[in-house]
Design a protein around this ligand. Structure first.
Ligand code: SF4
Length: 328
């Protein structure tokens, strides 16, 4: 990949995205990268995401996989970018993320909670081939024995399998490959830049073989499109076959930013489903609580039936010398 470096833009005209006021802009092919420095890199994660983690670090904002439903699209708006048009082709890169993370993890104020990686953009998307930020992030977490979860759809994570396996020896570590459904035709429509479900499940199996515990984030489950008994069963069975150590189901969320785009696609491709979506979501981001409980409950039953998570030995921390020092 070749970059055409542009100078730091400090007199951005009003018509240019706000992010350009504090970024170095580089272009490569059809993608624009905005390189930024950050004071802090550990971001709070709202409980409403349902991910069960309170903190996240995001080396990239924006994502080449360009999933229609991605909640990260909203953040692009705050940067003056278009969450619809630019999300897959304008990527914000926190170039100093590993250094900043190491400093924050060493702070006496940090409580050692589990950190999620890859929430606002896949941390192993194509940009990572160039910027290579993840090895530094994983090493910082490993050296402090801090638990973490890496969420990705990309096989580039295999490049760091050895490092992740090392980290898993001293901290509770899990890769989470997201596979919401196994219908490849639907995948091409709503996750246009992402690998097939089959490839992601093979990735899960390979990570397990390499000593990296890998679970599956079954997200999103799309109401009326991927939530039938047959579809849920087929997906859970294949997740079990891949040797996933956990399965976390999440029903589609429609926060502002992704809601408009997803519903526009739905109205074009499946107009007859709009009334049901209206009924389930109203004006809010979450499907009706009873619907979510039913679907999530069914997936949990199927996961038990297929034995997901039962083969994993309980994790025992083995403190490294660096972790001991960090705690002194
Ligand atoms: S892979 Fe994840 S971060 Fe990337 S667009 Fe899809 S949902 Fe968003």
């Amino acid at each position: 990949m070749r970059f055409d470096a542009l100078p730091l833009v400090d007199d951005t005209p009003a018509s240019r995205p706000r992010i350009e006021r504090r970024a170095v802009r580089r272009t490569s092919g059809g993608t624009t990268f905005y390189e930024v420095a950050s004071r802090t890199v550990l971001d709070r994660v709202p409980e409403a995401t349902g991910l069960g983690i309170a903190w996240a670090v995001s080396p990239y904002r924006g994502c080449a996989h360009a999933c229609l439903y991605c909640a990260g699209r909203r953040g692009h708006r705050y940067l003056g970018l278009d969450g619809e048009r630019d999300f897959g082709s304008a990527i914000v890169v926190r170039t100093d993320v590993a250094k900043r993370l190491r400093a924050q993890l060493a702070s006496p104020r940090w409580g050692g909670e589990t950190v999620g990686i890859g929430l606002n953009g896949d941390c192993y998307q194509e940009a990572e081939e160039v910027y290579q930020l993840m090895p530094g992030i994983v090493a910082a977490l490993r050296d402090t024995g801090n638990p973490f979860r890496v969420m990705t759809k990309s096989s580039l994570i295999l490049r760091d399998a050895e490092l992740l396996a090392e980290a898993a020896q001293v901290a509770e570590v899990e890769a989470r490959v997201s596979v919401g459904f196994v219908d490849d035709r639907l995948r091409r429509a709503v996750e246009p830049g992402a690998p097939s479900a089959q490839k992601r499940l093979e990735l899960c199996a390979t990570l397990g073989e390499k000593g990296v515990p890998c679970g599956v984030l079954m997200a999103p489950i799309l109401p009326c499109l991927t939530d039938s008994e047959d579809q849920l069963r087929a997906a859970v069975r294949r997740v079990a076959d891949a040797g996933a150590v956990s399965l976390t189901p999440l029903v589609l969320q429609l926060p502002p930013g992704s809601r408009e785009w997803y519903l526009r696609w739905l109205s074009e491709e499946h107009p007859r489903l709009l009334p049901r979506y209206e009924e389930l979501y109203g004006d809010g981001p979450h499907a009706a609580a009873d619907y979510r409980a039913r679907v999530v409950g069914r997936v949990a039953e199927l996961a038990r039936l297929y034995g997901i998570g039962t083969r994993r030995a309980p994790w025992q921390p083995r403190r490294t010398a660096d972790r001991q020092l960090a705690l002194l």
